[in-house]
Design a protein. Sequence first.
Length: 70
Amino acid sequence: MFNRNFSQLIVTFAFFYSAIVCHFKALELLKSEEILLAIFLWFCALTSFLGAIRFQIAKFVKKIKEKRIK
């Protein structure tokens, strides 16, 4: 129904949004001295950000593999 590229764009935007929300919520928790939960949310933000740039990571890994084979 939808174009595959459009769907991927929506998922990428959702990953970026999730990373931003987790980061700012972690900052709030850090101010209220909930350090362990803040660290967990930063980890979630990091994984969401990495999910958002998943295609760039795949291209980078592919280039490294190609250079390693040569």
